[in-house]
Write a new protein. Structure first.
Length: 488
């Protein structure tokens, strides 16, 4: 036959129809193991006769499909290959081998099988989707989108292709297009936790907190594969919305369901810090450190607890440990949407930084500055930065005016945090909006090894920079056209 399959004789064709009728209620009812047992029995009954090769090819292919659905990819690949050897080299079998190879991490082999499958049937959506996934895994997002566009031209309602294209466009930073695809995918498959989680993440990046909260509820209980991420993201959304009680409930639930996951205890510590429960926050942070001593976030929240309790020495030690690598919780919470953020967070939730700032309220500075400096928000829910614009609250002169006192010294609660921030300065500068540094030579700044500077030297450099800004000679002075007024 033109598609590479062997034609069944009349008798074998009737046998296959009877077997297929027996399998249908088992497969549709999810009794895949029973279906596999029935198919295996049929193969044993046929033996190795050459006369039954075509029928055995079909039975092997069907068993391979059931094995793949049970995540038994190695066995599925073996059945697909045996089926092709017996004359069943159809588009379906090549596709089955492609999917099994993909799940086994054999991307090159998967690409070859999908290519052959599409050579036999260029319009099969499943094969195009599989080839798109191979491209995504290989980091070629443009090619992945091209394959998904082809798939959706064949079937505009192919929900998996829609969801995948939404993810690809999200990673490419095309938020509007991503939102359209994910909203359509979720409308068609409201039970799919992955789409709900991804769309909620996208809304968070756009600053649409209320929308994110509405969507994330559908992801929490639908699929255990996404339960941890969904619970912690919902906890985070409630936390930034000021509902610490619900945020705590989700964080506790996550830590109970996933007692070996450090991220669950980091988020729990975040919430407890936001509530001012320092002893409980420190306990949760210490559990996170025990579970994953390499996770910077564990030290960040423990340092914040120490700082808020007035133990500056321990806070400084933990901030130094945390500064060895970028915070990971924001990336865990936001997944592919993290790369689409206007400015990467430094690892502490704005609500916690506000609680830290509360220590200094008697000293006369506004605790919301922590949210402005580190959170990229103006404290107004549901409004994200415009594409390409500086995040709200990030006016440099306003920030520096909050950080320094009248004598030109960094206010005490900011010192350990800014020490960590400065040591990560090269990473931060990579993400600054174009033109933010004005006339300052970015290449010269990048040559400075901030990690070798002492706390005093770091503070002195910050003070010099602030004084330069105040003098009107810097890129953020009132006359440079960026809208900064230098006032708090």
């Amino acid at each position: 036959m033109s598609d590479g399959t062997r034609q069944l004789e009349d008798g074998h064709h009737r046998m296959w129809e009877q077997l297929d009728a027996e399998l249908e209620p088992l497969v549709s009812g999810g009794a895949l193991r029973q279906a596999i047992e029935r198919l295996t029995a049929a193969l044993e009954a046929m033996g190795d006769s050459g006369e039954t090769a075509g029928l055995r090819a079909k039975v092997l292919a069907r068993r391979g499909e059931c094995l793949l659905d049970l995540d038994r990819s190695e066995e599925a690949l073996q059945d697909a290959r045996r089926s092709m050897e017996l004359g069943g080299r159809s588009s379906e079998n090549c596709g089955l081998a492609g999917w099994a190879s993909y799940h086994l991490g054999e991307l090159g082999r998967a690409q070859e099988y999908f290519d052959e499958a599409l050579a036999r049937d260029a319009q099969e959506v499943s094969h195009l989707t599989g080839r798109a996934l191979v491209a995504m895994e290989s980091g070629d997002l443009q090619r992945a989108r091209t394959e998904l566009n082809r798939a959706l031209r064949q079937d505009a309602d192919a929900v998996e292709a829609l969801g995948l294209r939404g993810e690809v466009q999200l990673e490419m930073g095309e938020l509007e297009a991503a939102a359209r695809d994910l909203e359509r995918a979720l409308e068609q498959a409201p039970q799919e936790a992955e789409y709900a989680l991804m769309l909620s993440r996208l809304y968070m990046v756009r600053g649409e907190t209320e929308q994110a909260l509405k969507v994330i509820d559908g992801a929490v209980d639908e699929d255990e594969d996404f339960a941890l991420e969904a619970l912690l993201l919902r906890s985070h959304i409630h936390l930034v919305s000021g509902d610490t009680k619900t945020a705590r409930s989700d964080a506790i639930r996550a830590s109970n369901l996933f007692p070996d996951e450090a991220f669950a205890f980091v988020q729990l510590a975040h919430v407890q810090l936001g509530e001012g429960s320092l002893a409980l926050a420190k306990k949760a942070a210490e559990r996170a450190v025990l579970l994953d001593p390499s996770l910077p976030d564990s030290y960040i929240v423990r340092a914040a607890a120490h700082q808020m309790a007035g133990d500056e020495e321990r806070a400084k030690e933990d901030f130094q440990r945390a500064s060895q690598a970028p915070a990971e919780l924001p990336m865990f919470l936001l997944g592919p949407a993290y790369e689409a953020m206007q400015a990467p967070p430094l690892g502490l939730d704005p609500s916690i930084l506000e609680a830290l700032g509360g220590q200094g309220q008697a000293g006369g500075f506004d605790p919301s500055v922590f949210a402005q400096v580190f959170g990229g928000t103006d404290g107004e829910q549901g409004h994200g930065p415009a594409p390409g614009a500086m995040p709200p609250g990030m006016n440099p002169m306003n920030m520096l005016g909050k950080i320094f006192d009248d004598a030109g010294n960094i206010r005490r609660p900011f010192k350990p945090i800014f020490e960590m921030a400065f040591k990560n300065a090269p990473k931060i500068m990579e993400n600054l909006p174009p033109g933010l540094l004005g006339d300052i030579d970015k290449e010269e700044l990048e040559k400075i090894d901030f990690s070798e500077l002492s706390s005093e030297e770091l503070e002195e450099r910050m003070r010099e920079f602030y004084q330069m800004m105040q003098s009107g000679g810097g890129p953020f002075s009132p006359d440079n056209g960026d809208g900064g007024d230098g006032e708090e």
